[in-house]
Ligand binder design. Structure first.
Ligand SMILES: [Mn+2]
Length: 319
């Protein structure tokens, strides 16, 4: 399958590198690596509307400077490569129309819940990140990873492993990180850009959300709700909610943390993290997806009703 993928990539004239909605470091970093490898014949599509809507901490990546957006993308590609996209519903709007029309599609991913929505699906469930999957693909093909490619892959791996902290880290993850660092990338600079670069409003907003959390099941479960009013009060965007659910999980007795973000249409985006419980059955009940200890779903109810439904499912997995 690896040969088939590289044959397609090498013979295509115009390639669209597709990242997922609410882009994170793995999808963007992997896309940067792929773009640095392919050069001019490839475009990255970020499913937002301009460079300033890319999360503030990933805007430093060079290959994102000339990315395409939902309002500037044209249907002119003979191959689409989807990176870190767990399911087809993470491709929206114009991007979805272009994807659905294309017969030549490749999906490269590491989500165990990914059922394969492209014509070729290269899914490695046990890998820390799509970045780690890509590294191995290039390595197996004997393709040299340049410094610019390595920078993207390092962002992908660093962020998807929570700075090499999560259970998805294997000995191989460190070997890959070591190889990447040997290309001469500045790993400390990258970490500062990704983590020590937050706007003031983000921290005051997060303090408010964390302060208003609720504990349940003898402190084993904690949740907090983000409303649109709160977001407006602090003038923050979705990307500034990053890290809250992990902070809640970091409390000593907590096993499961839940962050509910109520959208303006009264649907609720639910993010879950755990220290030991498998969250995949919980989110699959609501047609969501993700990993064992980091998963999410959207519930078509306001947050106050969504939390009750989620807690019902969680109580089953706590027992
Ligand atoms: Mn990922």
């Amino acid at each position: 399958m690896l040969n088939e993928i590289f044959n397609k990539i090498n013979s295509a004239n115009k390639i669209l590198i597709l990242t997922h909605v609410n882009p994170d470091g793995d999808t963007l970093g992997s896309a940067v690596c792929m773009k640095e490898y392919l050069g001019k014949k490839a475009d990255i599509l970020v499913q937002t509307d301009k460079i300033t809507s890319i999360p503030y901490n990933y805007q430093f990546l060079d290959a994102l400077q000339d990315a395409k957006y939902l309002d500037t993308i044209k249907d002119e590609y003979d191959l689409i490569v989807a990176l870190d996209i767990a399911s087809i519903d993470r491709i929206v709007s114009t991007a979805r129309k272009i994807f659905d029309r294309s017969r030549n599609t490749i999906c490269i991913d590491h989500h165990k819940t990914n059922r394969g929505f492209a014509s070729i699906n290269f899914i490695k469930g046990g890998y820390s990140s799509t970045g780690e999957v890509l590294f191995e693909m290039f390595e197996k093909k004997g393709i040299q990873i340049t410094k610019k490619m390595a920078e993207g892959l390092y962002v992908a791996i660093l962020t998807d492993t929570g700075c090499f902290k999560y259970e998805n880290v294997t000995p191989k993850t460190f070997t890959v990180a070591s190889s990447l660092s040997k290309t001469g990338i500045d790993t400390s600079y990258i970490a500062k850009k990704c983590y020590d670069n937050k706007p003031k409003s983000m921290i005051t907003f997060q303090a408010d959300i964390i302060k208003n959390c609720k504990f349940l099941f003898d402190d084993r479960v904690v949740y907090s709700i983000i409303t649109q009013e709160k977001m407006d009060k602090y003038k923050v965007k979705n990307e500034h909610t990053e890290g809250i659910v992990e902070t809640l999980r970091s409390i000593s007795n907590v096993d499961i943390s839940i962050l509910l973000k109520e959208n303006s249409d009264k649907t609720t985006k639910v993010s879950l993290r755990s220290k030991s419980c498998d969250l995949t059955p919980v989110v699959e009940h609501f047609h969501g997806g993700g990993h064992k200890m980091a998963a999410g779903c959207t519930i078509k109810k306001p947050a106050k009703e969504a939390i009750e439904l989620i807690l019902d499912e969680i109580s089953k997995c706590l027992n």
